[in-house]
Each structure stands twice: as structure tokens, then as C-alpha cells.
Design a binder for this molecule. Structure first.
Ligand SMILES: Cc1cc2nc3c(=O)[nH]c(=O)nc-3n(C[C@H](O)[C@H](O)[C@H](O)COP(=O)(O)OP(=O)(O)OC[C@H]3O[C@@H](n4cnc5c(N)ncnc54)[C@H](O)[C@@H]3O)c2cc1C
Length: 469
């Protein structure tokens, strides 16, 4: 009997079906810090049966059908920058690596629609739009290490989302191979009222409901002007309220980011003032709009008790914003670090911040528990917590990690927050999802999963919590 790898190699050609150990190891997981720790400690590493690099939609459909016929688990993957364990191959699974399915299908500079194969690297998509004086307006910190298909599959948010929207607002059309091998194609449309929106089915599906093969994104013309500003805020709660005032007044700066005093000390030391928080503001667009908005927002913030800080702080962030230390360097010194992004309405966000930081502070070995907000809306905003913990005994790294996650997740659920703003659920948040969705929400998600993927072969272990008992 031939293996799934033999079967796929016979169908697709051996050049698309990789079986060498180096590729299997490299493609088996994403950037989740727990997988990094497993690797560092030499934990048993199940390897997939093969890694398939499709170059056409028909290749994807052939892999999906072969996996369905043989009951083989299929793990869709983009560029594996996910930080929640969304890609973690089990033994004998097939990893569908979309990184070679990466053609720009077209940039329409009249309708402002960019059409991409799902594996196109974010920075390549942006560069192609830039050639025509356009931009995606979507700048996740991982833009150079993530794919446009991955953005849709995880419901990503870029650093300029406050002005330009997150991926769900930019997504005009999507194409995907469903678990039965059929091709779903939706859009591109500016809007439609044709019943439930098929794009929403794939947004945040994390490889559990189909393989996204094509993405159509709304584009923008490159802005005429950018202007930066920064403000000192006496505490996080008053800064949240100041952000609320700006957005509810109808202004739309592209960036509003507010760092707590710990993060100001760590990331903005030249601009630090006492124990103030720091609010960064970026305006972009046509000159007249930017000038009017910058003046009005500054007036409003000063009126709300904020004080002007050097705009150089915001320029510094713009320059340095995509540089991050690796998880591995911390793990090697016995410290586990991670980030957790959540969101809540304005009426609850201050209490959520206080509760989570307080809880993190009680965890033995904690070095840092801090947060900034980076995506603001008229009704609330997100918080992006960072923690670093060094248990006395290295054997407790995983337990300490879980304590930190629990501290933030529990605070979030107690204060009407959502447990994930933009990284998704993956493996790390599964245990808390049921409490946010409620029993009807969870049952609906399970029913959807079962009807599309009755064999349960699409990315098992991700998103959906295990059935208890
Ligand atoms: C340094 C760093 C900074 C980051 N900054 C941001 C940020 O600013 N904003 C943000 O939103 N995220 C950020 N992330 C998280 C990550 O980059 C995003 O989640 C990104 O969208 C993942 O894209 P990817 O191509 O790497 O997907 P992968 O990591 O390969 O996959 C992620 C999930 O999507 C599924 N998937 C991927 N491609 C497909 C497909 N074609 N069809 C079906 N399922 C698919 C996978 O099965 C998996 O469940 C950051 C990560 C890192 C390491």
C-alpha cells in the first residue's frame, strides 16, 4: 500500500512533495514560543509525512482530496509567523505550505483592488501596490514574514488599523478549497446583501474550514502627507478616555498607541517623563485633512489634560516598529516571554488593564507584566500585554507561562473583554474559547466545522476546544 506522500508525489510530481528531514522539521511548526521551547529542550518532535508546496489551485484541491480519501490530517500553513500554535504538524500529517503559491494576480488601480495568491508575502504585496502609487494600508509587525492568506486565516490587524481597518475591512474577495475539494469563490465586492457573507467563513478559520487560495484586498492611494505627534498621559485610564474622545468626535488618526509607564521605560527611555504613559499619534491622508486633523486632535488631547511630548518618540516608533528580539534568546537564559492581545469596550478596558497587570505581578519569577494599546475604535480598544517570567526552576517554564496566560485570560473574561484581538486562538487559547462563545456559540462553531469537515482532518487541535469527557 502506498503512503500518502507516495500518492501525492505520483499525482503532483516529486518536486512539489518534499520529504527530506530538514524540510519536514522546518515546516512542522509556527513561531509559538511553546514550540520553540520544545525544540530547545529536544522534546519528541513528530514529523509530518510530507510537506506539499502547491503552485496552483488544482494542486491544493488534489491534496485535499487525497487527504480526505485516506483520512490524513492536513495542516494548511502560510509563512508560519503565527504565535498561537496554529501550525504544529502531527506524525504522518500533510503540511500544505502555501509559500510557493505566491503570484500577484493583478493590481487594479482604477477599482483599487489587489488580487493575490494566498502565499504572497505581505511585504511583496505591499511593494507591488506601491509600484502603482497604492498601498494595502495593512502593516502587521510581521509584514515581511507572513502571507496574505495567513492574514485572512488569523484575522490579522495591522499597525495602522485605527485609520485603515483590520483585515476583515480590507478583504473584498476570497477564494478557498473546501474540505470536500470544491472551490468557493466570493467577491470582490465593495458590499453585498446576499445572506451570510462567505468571506466571514474563512476569516479567522485558522486552517480548520478550508484552504484559502486567493485573496482580494481593497487598496488605497499612497497618502500625500504623514504627520506624527506624541503626548504624555498621566495614567492609562485617562489616556483611554482621551482616545475615546478623539474617535467619538469623528477624527480618524491612522495610529493611536498608548504605552504604560513600564513600556515607556523599556522602549522609549529618552522620552520618559516620571511615571507618565505615552500616547503616539500618526495622521495620514490628503494634506488638508491631515493638517486639520492634527490640529484638532492636539487641541482635544491638551484639553483632556494630556501634555505634548516630543514627536520624535512617534518617529522613533515608526523607524523601529518591526524589530523584535527572538523568543529563543530569552529561553536560553531561562526566561519565557510572550505577548497577549485582547480588547474590551471603553467602560471595562481600564479595569481589565489594572486586573491583568496586578495578577501578572503576583506570579513567582515575573520580570515584567505591562501593556500598550495599539488598535482603537469608537466603542473600545485593544490591549497588548507583554510578560517575561523566570521561574527558579527551569522545569517550571511551561507552568509559569500558563499562569501568565491565565492571569490575562481570566481578567479579560471577568471584564467583558474578548480573549483575542488579532493573533487568533491556535492552541494556546483553546481552553478559554468556550467561555467567550457560550454554549450556543460553541455548538454553532462545532456544527459548522462538522458540516464542512466531517472527517475532522483540517488542522485538528486548533481553534475548537476538545469535547469534554
Ligand atoms: C514578530 C511577529 C510580529 C507579529 N505582528 C503581528 C501583527 O502586527 N498583527 C497581527 O495580526 N499578527 C501579527 N503576528 C502574528 C502572525 O504574523 C499573523 O498571525 C499572520 O497573519 C500569520 O500569517 P502566516 O502566513 O505566517 O500564517 P501561519 O503562521 O503559517 O498560519 C497561521 C494560521 O493560519 C492558517 N493558515 C495560514 N495560511 C492559510 C491558508 N492559505 N489557508 C488556510 N489556513 C491558513 C494556519 O493553519 C494557522 O492556523 C506577528 C507574529 C510575529 C512572529
Amino acid at each position: 500500500m502506498s503512503s500518502i506522500a507516495d500518492k501525492l508525489a505520483a499525482q503532483l510530481g516529486p518536486e512539489l512533495v518534499l520529504r527530506d528531514e530538514a524540510t519536514l522539521r522546518a515546516c512542522r511548526r509556527d513561531a509559538w514560543v511553546v514550540s520553540e521551547l520544545d525544540d530547545l529542550e529536544g522534546a519528541p518532535m513528530p514529523l509530518p509525512a510530507c510537506v506539499v508546496r502547491p503552485r496552483a489551485v488544482e494542486h491544493v484541491a488534489a491534496v485535499v482530496r487525497a487527504c480526505a480519501e485516506t483520512g490524513t490530517p492536513l495542516v494548511p500553513s502560510g509563512l508560519r509567523s503565527g504565535v498561537c500554535g496554529g501550525v504544529l504538524a502531527s506524525a504522518q500529517s500533510v503540511v500544505l505550505d502555501m509559500s510557493s503559491f505566491a503570484n500577484v494576480r493583478g493590481i487594479d488601480s482604477r477599482d483599487l483592488i489587489g488580487s493575490f495568491d494566498a502565499g504572497v508575502r505581505g511585504s511583496d504585496a505591499e511593494a507591488r501596490a506601491n509600484e502603482q502609487g497604492l498601498t494595502l494600508g495593512h502593516f502587521p509587525q510581521s509584514i515581511a514574514i507572513s502571507s496574505v492568506g495567513g492574514w485572512v486565516a488569523t484575522r490579522a490587524a495591522g499597525q495602522f488599523s485605527t485609520g485603515y481597518g483590520s483585515i476583515e475591512e480590507l478583504l473584498l474577495g476570497v477564494e478557498a478549497v473546501l474540505p470536500d475539494g470544491s472551490l468557493l469563490s466570493s467577491g470582490p465586492i465593495p458590499r453585498a446583501a446576499i445572506g451570510p457573507d462567505m468571506r466571514q467563513l474563512l476569516l479567522g478559520s485558522e486552517g480548520t474550514l478550508g484552504v484559502i487560495t486567493g485573496v482580494k484586498l481593497g487598496l488605497r492611494r499612497l497618502p500625500e502627507l504623514r504627520r506624527c505627534a506624541a503626548f504624555y498621559v498621566k495614567d492609562m485610564a485617562s489616556g483611554f478616555d482621551a482616545q475615546r474622545g478623539i474617535l467619538q468626535a469623528g477624527w480618524s488618526p491612522v495610529v493611536l498607541r498608548q504605552y504604560d509607564a513600564r513600556e515607556v521605560a523599556r522602549l522609549f527611555s529618552p522620552y520618559r517623563r516620571n511615571s507618565d504613559a505615552l500616547l503616539l499619534v500618526v495622521h495620514e491622508g490628503p494634506r488638508e485633512k491631515v493638517e486639520a486633523e492634527a490640529a484638532a486632535v492636539a487641541r482635544q488631547l491638551l484639553g483632556a489634560g494630556c501634555e505634548e511630548a516630543p514627536a520624535a518618540a512617534t518617529e522613533h516608533w515608526l523607524k523601529e516598529r518591526n524589530k523584535v528580539p527572538t523568543f529563543r534568546s530569552f529561553l536560553e537564559s531561562g526566561v519565557i516571554v510572550d505577548t497577549i492581545e485582547v480588547a474590551a469596550p471603553y467602560s471595562h478596558i481600564g479595569a481589565l488593564y489594572d486586573a491583568a497587570v496586578k495578577r501578572l505581578g503576583t506570579i513567582p519569577g515575573i520580570w515584567n507584566g505591562s501593556a500598550h494599546s495599539s488598535h482603537a475604535y469608537r466603542s473600545g480598544l485593544n490591549l497588548y500585554f507583554s510578560f517575561a517570567v523566570q521561574p527558579k526552576d527551569k522545569a517550571r517554564l511551561r507552568a509559569s507561562y500558563h499562569e501568565c496566560w491565565s492571569a490575562v485570560m481570566e481578567s479579560c473574561l471577568e471584564h467583558q473583554g474578548t480573549i483575542a484581538h488579532h493573533h487568533g486562538i491556535g492552541r494556546v487559547r483553546r481552553e478559554w474559547l468556550a467561555r467567550e462563545l457560550g454554549s450556543a456559540g460553541l455548538a454553532t462553531l462545532r456544527a459548522l466545522k462538522h458540516s464542512l469537515d466531517p472527517l475532522g482532518i483540517f488542522n485538528p487541535g486548533v481553534l475548537l476546544p476538545d469535547v469534554p469527557g
